[in-house]
Ligand binder design. Sequence first.
Ligand SMILES: [Zn+2]
Length: 1016
Amino acid sequence: MNTKKTVFLLSTFLFLAFACRQTKQESDKNDNNTHEVIILSDFENKSSLEIWDGSISLSNEFPAHGKNGIKLSDADGGSLWIESKKLPKDWSAYELLKFDIYNPSVQLYYAQILIVDELASDEQVALKGQAYDWNKVFLNTGWNHIEFKLQTAMVTEGDRPLALDKIRKFRLSFGAVGHPIYVDNLRLVSGDESNETASEVNPADCRVVIENRHVYPMLAGPVEKIKRSPEIVQLRKQADAAVSKLEKEVALAEMQGYQMLYPRIPLITANIGMGIRSKLVWFQNEDEETKILEYVIASCAAAVKEIEVLLSAGITDIEVPAPENDLKPQTFFVPPLPTVSKLKIEDGFYRNELGEPVYIFSMLQINEGPLMDYFAPFNHRTESYTVGGGSRYDIESSPVYEAFHKYDNTHRIGWDGWCGHLIKDRWAMGGKKEDVVICLESPDIRKAVLEYMKLHQKEWANDPKLLYNIMAYELQYICYCERSQKMFHDWLKSKYSNISALNQIWNTQYKSFAVIEAPATYAGRPVDDINRAAWYDWSNFNTRRFTDYMKWIKTEMRKYDNVTPICAGGTSSMLHSSNSITGIDEEMIINEVDDVILNESHSSPIFSDLLLSLSEKRKVMVDPEMGGGTHGLLLQFLHGKSDISKWWWASAPSSEYLQMNESSLPHSKTISLAAIDEVLKISLDIRRLGNEIAEFTASEPEIAIFYSKTNMLQMPPKMVKAGKTPYVEAVYDIWEGARCLGARVGFVSENQIKKGKLEKFKLLLVPAAKYMIPEVTAAIIKYIKDGGTALVIPESFTFDQYARDHDATPKLGIAITGVTYPAIIGEGEKVQNYDQSFSQKIIYGDSQKKITALNKDIFEGSTVLPIFSSEGIAQSIDPGPHEVLATFEDGKPAIIHGQIGNGNLYYLAVPLKAHDYHLLLSPIVEKIDLKRSVVGIASDGGLVYGAEVRAVERKLDYLVYASNLTSEAIEFNLKGLGVSLGEMTNLRNLKVADTQKIILAPHEEKMFKIAKISFP
Ligand SMILES: [Zn+2]
């Protein structure tokens, strides 16, 4: 009673001002059964909004209590939020903060809840996690009744409880969801609530209990009170019957000696749908259940039909071998999963004892159970954390941790950005919150890393289960300690020999190498007034020294294990604006460290194309943790990944990180049972079709995109954290525009160009490579003169690697007379570059948009001349001796073609978008006679776009794959280029197609074998 009184007194004045309060004691029951409620806001009238800020208005659409609630909406599609700093301060006597949210969308959300107390300043909240600030408000479709447990709530940092008697701010943020959200009846509650204050709750609504970092969403219940429609009851019966029938048929076929891996898939998806998913609140409604049951009924019935055909000699459109045929036992026979220890790596593939290519597909975290018929065990790969001597999960028990606290020289110096997994900082997931960011140059760290390796090597050394050992992935490193500075001096000395050579390039007056300070960073990027030449050298040096460190670690690992392939790195940093602060050069790592190429760089196959190209020798490529949903999986193997561990198949839904359930196959509301069916089929198809899939990466690409390390390291400092740069953007766009030409696309690096590799390519694409090493420019010009073809996107060739004005376009016979920048992009570059240069006239404003092709060269004889559009920078060009192939609306040159020596130059005055590159490249690749046998032709007569269609020729047939990259159906015809096409078999369902017309459902992937009509 005392506590209750205090609460009452403390909050009385607040009650008078803002809150409506009810205190009741039910005298007919015992004393414990008391309840206590403060209504913080019931949003019944306009005045109740006065203490709130946000995108809010009063609404009677979805009240949880009373007549009104609050509606959060934004007509411009902006973020939705609601915030108050004027609520009662003392929440300490209450068990729960309760409120109700109506989500009108089928989409699930994870809204941010922020509760700030008076112990923390705003800065401590922002930087030190000193408030309860998590995206823990799970929102199911419809009503959500949130119960936030107050007494166990800690601040985000986890180092103290929330000061419940000093609450100063409360905020809910929903992000830009694109539709209204409704909130009502915010209140503090102890004990059972009476009907007067409680919200209206339907048993089928969602109740969300939040207990510190954990969230428990469930049906409000009681479940017995949820009425199910007769339709659902009927569907459940039908689904049960369909499953039983399929089980029986599968058992029969297995008794007859058939392998039933494919027909068993509908039984697995039925278990997920009717078993696992039926326990999750986001599936516990009639709409979702109907979808599940209908899918189960249809998929089981289809499988039953196939088995019946098999066992009854019925009519079928797939080939069923005769029982006496002992050469081919069964249609769709899937070879068993390979024994890992028997696989050999040869010529870029894992190979079985017959020398055939083998693909590995595993699922995080599946190592046991019936799914092992489909997936390779996940534990065939390991991350040994040998680079830093521990991970954020176990660092406290590592000798590195001891060294870190014992010796000063072990700490990272001069770097305030992300620690790059070496080892952890306050943002890191898992373990105790503490900054442990190490310097790899410290002898004490190196010694401790070796001790860690010695302690842990038993976990990986010579483990026959392992196909590869990752030293650590997603790494980054940069350090400014004394040792780093000294190493940098030595590196500069070996590059420049004498200091005057450096001073000339850097435009500095250093007396000796020893006095040089490495160019500084602040807030995770180079400072604004950085010396661009010095930064280029420093960031180059940083890749060298980090790779050297990894090489050393590998040598040490080899002392324990001389067999298991080792790899490191694998980040997406190679196509990210921040590459210059990461110390990562995958070309160095692949060629100097990796036994197998590590590719952990999201799901776009652009990285597979890049990393394979950077490797001097053909190597196996592995992806230890591939995210990115369930689409385009076959494409990943076709682009060269030999080993994929897919993120993920969780053993149970996560209550701490609820969003992670969205990417877990059995638990995700956005992953349909049909999508899971496809994933399981792919797991079998890649075992059946290893030989065929391998054909698509067996020969080297004839088209290369110029990969410029220089343009990844050299850019205005402000761009480093922008994500993209003009160069990176052009790389993505040109790759996207080139991928649907019916041929492989690769990359060629500066090192490779210096070594003469350009001559292997028929087409070179130069994507806005503004900063050029003169030697590389010379090699590209020579390549064209010798008969190559190059497409150049502006502003390539305009500066040297040190960001000095060095316009090489005149060497291509082109004079750039001016340049128009979009106002915003222009700003950043203006200060850094254009004040010190240029013979060109510079304009900031709208650039030219529409480009019309002329009836010349590649466009000659086109029935319809293509029209391109562009945005971004535009150059004014004097074409000199070259011909103009396309013009802007004002008649000025937009695309130039020049015959240079024996080769061809296509020069663009503006960067284009991906689809326009496709339209431009289509006639170019026809002219250069790319090696293609079969292509996909759309209804407009051009190469199909939006689906990747590629073919390879074998002795007796052509292999073709078609992968729909879009969420729309795509239709096209296959056409032989100078060859006649015979019978076509869909290799995924073994049905014979009598036409070359292909229809792909959204994201569908097909693979065909097409017989040659006459053999040579
Ligand atoms: Zn250091």
